[in-house]
Design a protein around this ligand. Structure first.
Ligand SMILES: C[S@@+](CC[C@H](N)C(=O)[O-])C[C@H]1O[C@@H](n2cnc3c(N)ncnc32)[C@H](O)[C@@H]1O
Length: 298
């Protein structure tokens, strides 16, 4: 059972009546129960609380119905009346005036509402809070995956344009799901699509094939000039370092200090590697007496 108070003695103001938009939104939820099932639902300006009660009955995980102070007693009564009425999680009635920035911030900080509902929240006589409401929606929909369903009665085109313009300017994406003959629009709002992740950097070019005429590296020196090889080998062991060779290329890793090269080697030097290619068992290598000779650039 749902209490209404059209004369306003209980709830006062327009929150004491069940408005057409709430019925349109409730019908939409009944047709799309997956939207609220298992989710945390927050209703703004819930009035007598029909949409919240419907969301709870459809299997929402949690429903918080909010109102400004004047309408809260009746909403609280209706929320409480839903408890123990069968299926559903129950509805918590809570004070939330959109104009109260700190209260709105607290709800946003809870950061847990997946679905925000609102029916007939925007009309000419509450223009002073349209900005706060738009701001609140924007923040609530900043939560990834959160959606808002608004049932909006079209009464004044300029009011509608201004309010939905605020939402759009706030980056919210609006999708109209239904436009009823009696002038009630149902829109689903979502936060702006997250910016695409920065493109992965293109894969680094594969290192160029190393030829015998390329690098010698030691602990501190990198030489990129000519390495002349006498003989061919696929793997070479030197007491002074290590040389990996193949027919088509070579990577020479020599500790120049160990090889007895005084004073380092300038870039551009020619490095001559000589030795005997030996084959032992399945391994080919230079004999240990290999000569490493450095010709300095002229
Ligand atoms: C036309 S009624 C709609 C009530 C209900 N959603 C329905 O559709 O039946 C507008 C609702 O917005 C609420 N409202 C207006 N200004 C508000 C504010 N600053 N903060 C919270 N609720 C507000 C009113 O209390 C009222 O319940």
């Amino acid at each position: 059972m749902l209490h209404v108070d059209p004369l306003g003695s209980l709830g006062g103001g327009n929150g004491a009546t069940l408005w057409d938009s709430a019925q349109v939104l409730s019908r939409f939820l009944l047709a799309e129960p997956a939207l609220v099932r298992g989710r945390r639902v927050l209703e703004l300006g819930a009035g007598v609380g029909l949409c919240s009660r419907v969301a709870a009955a459809l299997g929402a995980k949690e429903v918080v119905a909010t109102e400004r102070g004047i309408a809260l007693p009746l909403l609280g009564r209706n929320a409480g009346a839903g408890r123990g009425a069968g299926a559903g999680c129950g509805v918590e009635a809570r004070l939330l005036d959109w104009a109260d920035g700190r209260a709105a911030e607290r709800v946003v900080e809870e950061g847990r509402f997946d679905v925000v509902l609102g029916s007939d929240l925007v009309f000419g006589s509450n223009g002073d809070v349209h900005g706060s409401l738009a701001e609140l929606l924007k923040k609530l929909l900043g939560r990834p995956g959160a959606v808002c369903v608004l049932a909006h009665e079209r009464r004044d085109e300029s009011v509608d344009e201004a309010f939905f313009g605020l939402l759009k300017d706030g980056g919210l994406v609006e999708r109209e799901v239904e436009r009823e003959d009696d002038g009630i629009r149902l829109v689903v709002l979502e936060g702006a699509a997250p910016a695409p992740a920065p493109a992965a950097p293109p894969p680094a070019d594969p290192p160029p094939a190393i030829t015998p005429a390329q690098a010698i590296r030691d602990a501190g020196l990198l030489l990129k000039k000519v390495v002349r090889l006498r003989g061919t080998a696929s793997y070479v062991d030197l007491p002074a370092g290590r040389i990996d060779l193949s027919e088509g290329g070579a990577k020479v890793v020599v500790s120049l200090a160990q090889a007895g090269v005084e004073g380092g080697v300038e870039e551009g030097a020619e490095v001559l590697v000589e030795g005997r290619v030996m084959k032992k068992a399945r391994r080919t290598f230079f004999e240990a007496s290999a000569v490493i000779e450095v010709k300095r650039p002229t």
